[in-house]
Design a protein. Structure first.
Length: 209
């Protein structure tokens, strides 16, 4: 098991009890994503955590898949699914790499929310998302871009990671992220104003036909 998986397994219970930090922005994000989904859509939430987003999207899609590296996060997500009686959401444990349990061009939409700052190589993840999407499929990203702050996050995050109190976090700017999404082949990149904090980059993009 990777150190990141172990970290998130330890955090899973407390993470699941935390309220959404910015509920107004979260609801606006849901509205944007909902507008991109069709009743026949098959959606994947990569880095799904305890499944809150995937379960919110379930009423609008035919199928929703959630994938996360943490076994404990997925256990909680499955418990939520059972309690809520949701039948069209499936959660699995796994890394966001070539081992994902989805085939190329099988998905109508992919959400990568609070994930891209945690992966070692973003271009690889974005290339994978592009491969998994059908032509015309959408990508939604909500990502902390810590380079937008004047706070010197890099040394602090390295220390916290070394102490086991934080996962490994990548520091990037919104411009960096937008450039990487375009470089992966996506078009129609937009940054809807959902009232999120300045460091949060909320972006949508489309795989061209």
């Amino acid at each position: 098991m990777s150190s990141d998986a172990q970290f998130w397994n330890r955090q899973a219970e407390s993470y699941s009890r935390k309220p959404v930090s910015d509920p107004v922005a979260f609801e606006r994000k849901i509205s944007v994503i909902q507008s991109l989904i069709q009743p026949h859509s098959v959606i994947a939430d990569l880095g799904c955590g305890t499944g809150s987003l995937a379960l919110r999207l379930a009423p609008f899609a035919r199928e929703v898949y959630g994938l996360d590296v943490s076994q404990e996060m997925i256990r909680i997500a499955r418990d939520k699914t059972a309690v809520q009686g949701v039948s069209n959401v499936t959660f699995a444990v796994g890394k966001v790499d070539e081992s994902v349990p989805y085939t190329p061009q099988s998905l109508d939409g992919i959400c990568v929310c609070s994930l891209l700052h945690l992966v070692e190589h973003r271009p690889s993840v974005l290339a994978l998302a592009f491969k998994l999407l059908k032509p015309g499929g959408f990508l939604v990203s909500s990502t902390p871009c810590l380079a937008e702050s004047s706070v010197p996050y890099r040394p602090l995050l390295k220390l916290l990671h070394w102490l086991g109190r934080a996962p490994k976090v990548q520091v990037m700017s919104k411009l960096d992220l937008a450039s990487e999404i375009r470089a992966a082949g996506f078009s129609e990149l937009e940054q809807p104003d959902v009232g999120a904090k300045p460091m949060i980059a909320f972006m949508t993009a489309v795989k061209p036909h």
